[in-house]
Design a protein around this ligand. Structure first.
Ligand code: WT7
Length: 677
């Protein structure tokens, strides 16, 4: 789909399905306790005060040394924030809280099985555990500032402990979502140049103990074939002292973290004062080509932005119990489970398993038991809970003051259910629009200052100045109410610094299109391209319509169509593959995969299954297509390009429109028969 087609469909969709909504207002009770009630924040963060305004976020942190330059543009568009400053993220999330709050819970770890005890890790305990792990990483694994280490861990307390241990040393962590396959982990091990892989033997999901260690074996072998030797695999144990995987430990390569830690009992590691612009972590995300991009996030800028937005948008106070249901394997978990909340000395909840296990009341029992008052999740889960447990929230005695929606557009009907049923009409909602690349929120209401509007993310954050371009590069007037390509006019501290090892791709994907002077060192010449389509309403609220590129948003997770297609092509029998998004009531979008087979090969259910399995093995089970359609040929333009628009219309049971430009218009009917039979 070209950008133009995406826009046209989107505009048509809004006109039909998505009316302008009424405002909802925060309660006086919420406003009375809110962190940010001063409307002048928008003036303080106006373009006239840019970039110095961001000192306000930086001042939420403790610095060893201040910066000499707040925004260094000399290597535009690779922006450097707070140059000259020194800071440590682990210190800011742990040590500085000890004098007053060592006895407070930093992390509530909730195991999936309800008969297992919730682990309440105090700041003191977090300090002890992070120090000992840091000692192990430094001494046993030989890691030092600037080295990369790949983590392939699910939702356990050991994940943030490992991340913070890396941060203490200035080691760059690259956490791969636990649900991704071993081969997906291998790609990221190779790209980041990690020689250490940190994993866990097993974890619970959906009532089953999942054997996770196998993925490390696959990852190390596959990485080795591409020339990246992993010499140490550090294996946490779900049950310390007991090995819960059926895959043998490899002598000399695999080590149990819990065994090694005994040697580091009582060790303390001074946090390393890192340059503000030193990378803190890599987070891989999907793009339009097959290879995932390692978004490189900075230490000072990222942490300042995560802390500032956690304080003012999430409204986190130190006494709050904050539960973000995302996975730490995605950016949301990095910014808004680990770094933001811990920098503010809150208690953050980490839940191991499936939100509806063993029944749809589970989330609300956790909320009630821990007295969670800030809740953060994605529309896909809200839709699921609305479908499978609409009466559950009323049965439990919890009270949220604040709720977040993130990751995909939320339909006004779903928003209202979230507000009335989950929030019981008492909690404010923020619909936060942002991306892996952006480190933190781009558009959202400030909850005590701006009213909510169902289905709209809201205005740009203070200091974030959006602008909408049409396909020809013209700027749409403010409040035009027309769909276009939403960009950000100015840099901000949370933005990624580059794509790891691929500056050219960073510039061409995110900055080239609307840049008028490639030699310019002035940030005004380099608007950031989000790749999303959006509409700016007359009140300045942005409604995000979705991706304009070949990326599918499944349950709030980005999958590159090219990635899925290249995974399908690893199956010998497949000649051509095309992936298109299909609308889904719960997940937003799901992929449909079309495959044309090599000549002489006959379609069969087994072959379709084999292709589907290849996607799970190459990427992970979230990439499993809704359907694999084996077709005799793809609809193609005369120049041979696969017309995904036509396939998408067939999958979504929409009119295919004009097919006369196709080289093989007759195939449309053949495919339609296969799909809509
Ligand atoms: C893409 C980014 C945001 C962190 C988690 C996902 C879509 C994100 C919203 C929202 C509408 C949204 C966009 C964006 N998106 N938040 N509130 N309303 N769409 O990060 O995997 O990098 O995905 O998710 O299309 O580009 P990600």
């Amino acid at each position: 789909m070209t950008g133009k087609e995406a826009l046209e469909t989107s505009e048509a969709q809004i006109a039909v399905h998505w009316q302008e909504e009424e405002y909802y207002y925060p309660s006086t009770k919420f406003i009375a306790q809110a962190n940010m009630t001063d409307e002048k924040i928008y003036d303080r963060f106006s373009l006239d005060n840019f970039p110095n305004c961001y000192k306000e976020y930086a001042d939420l942190l403790d610095w060893y040394e201040y910066w000499h330059t707040i925004l260094d543009t000399s290597d535009a568009p690779c922006w450097k924030w707070f140059t000259g400053a020194k800071i440590n993220a682990s210190y800011n999330c742990i040590d500085r809280h000890l004098p007053k709050n060592k006895n407070k819970t930093a992390i509530h770890f909730v195991p999936e099985l309800e008969n297992e005890k919730v682990e309440h890790i105090t700041y003191q305990e977090l300090y002890v555990r992070v120090n000992e792990v840091a000692a192990l990483l430094q001494d046993f694994a030989g890691l030092k500032a600037g080295d990369r280490v790949t983590l392939h861990m699910p939702m356990t307390a050991e994940l943030p402990i490992t991340m913070l241990a890396c941060a203490r040393l200035g080691v760059i962590h690259s956490e791969v979502f636990g649900g991704f396959s071993g081969r997906a982990a291998a790609d990221r091990v190779v790209d980041s140049g990690s020689r250490v892989l940190i994993t866990i033997d097993s974890y619970y999901r959906g009532g089953a103990l999942i054997d996770h260690k196998e993925k490390a074996d696959i990852a190390v072998e596959a990485a080795g074939k591409e020339g990246q030797i992993v010499d140490k695999v550090l294996v946490w144990q779900r049950y310390p002292g007991k090995y819960s995987s059926s895959f043998p430990m490899i002598n000399g390569r695999d080590f149990f973290v819990n065994d090694l830690l005994k040697k580091y009992y009582g060790k303390r590691i001074e946090p390393v004062p890192m340059p503000a612009e030193a990378p803190l972590f890599l987070m891989y995300t999907s793009g339009t080509t097959g290879k995932p991009k390692g978004c490189q996030h900075s230490t000072g800028g990222f942490l300042a932005y995560a802390a500032g937005t956690s304080k003012y948008v999430q409204d986190i106070h130190p006494e709050d119990v904050y539960w973000c249901m995302a996975d730490i394997g995605w950016i949301t978990g990095h910014s808004y489970i680990v770094y933001g909340p811990l920098a503010l000395c809150a208690s953050t909840v980490i839940y191991e398993g499936v939100p509806t296990y063993p029944d749809p009341g589970r989330c609300w029992r956790i909320a009630q038991d821990l007295d969670v008052n800030i809740f953060h999740t994605a529309p896909t889960l809200i839709r699921t809970l609305r479908k499978v447990g609409p009466d559950e929230p009323a049965k439990y005695n919890y009270e949220f003051k604040h709720m977040t929606s993130v990751g995909e557009p939320i339909e006004p009907e779903v928003w209202k259910w979230y507000y009335n049923v989950v929030g019981k009409g008492k909690a404010v909602i923020v619909d936060t629009w942002w991306q892996t690349e952006t480190g933190g929120f781009l558009c959202s209401t400030l909850p005590a200052i701006k009213p909510m509007k169902p289905g709209s993310a809201g205005p740009g954050m203070p200091g974030i100045h959006p602008i909408i371009y049409d396909e020809d590069g013209n700027v749409l007037p403010e409040g035009a109410g027309k769909a276009g390509n939403i960009c950000i006019q100015n840099p901000w501290p949370g933005a990624f610094q580059t794509i790891w090892g691929n500056r050219d791709r960073y510039v061409s994907t995110y900055y080239a299109k609307y840049c008028k002077n490639k030699d310019s060192k002035d940030w005004r010449d380099w608007p950031y391209i989000s790749g999303d389509a959006a509409v700016d309403a007359p009140d300045g609220y942005y409604r995000i319509l979705g991706r304009m590129d070949d990326v599918i948003n499944v349950s709030g997770h980005r999958l590159g169509t090219k990635e899925l297609e290249s995974a399908a092509l690893t199956v010998f029998e497949v000649a051509e593959a095309a992936v298109v998004p299909v609308n889904d009531d719960i997940k937003g979008k799901v992929p449909d995969l079309y495959a044309a087979l090599k000549s002489g090969i006959l379609p069969s259910d087994e072959l379709a299954k084999k292709i589907s399995n290849a996607l799970s093995a190459e990427i992970g089970s979230i990439a499993k297509p809704r359907n694999v359609w084996l077709v005799p040929d793809m609809p193609k333009t005369r120049s041979g390009k696969i017309m995904r628009r036509v396939l998408s219309a067939i999958s979504n049971k929409k009119d295919v429109d004009d097919v006369m430009t196709l080289a093989n218009p007759e195939i449309v009917e053949v495919i339609t028969k296969i799909v809509q039979k």
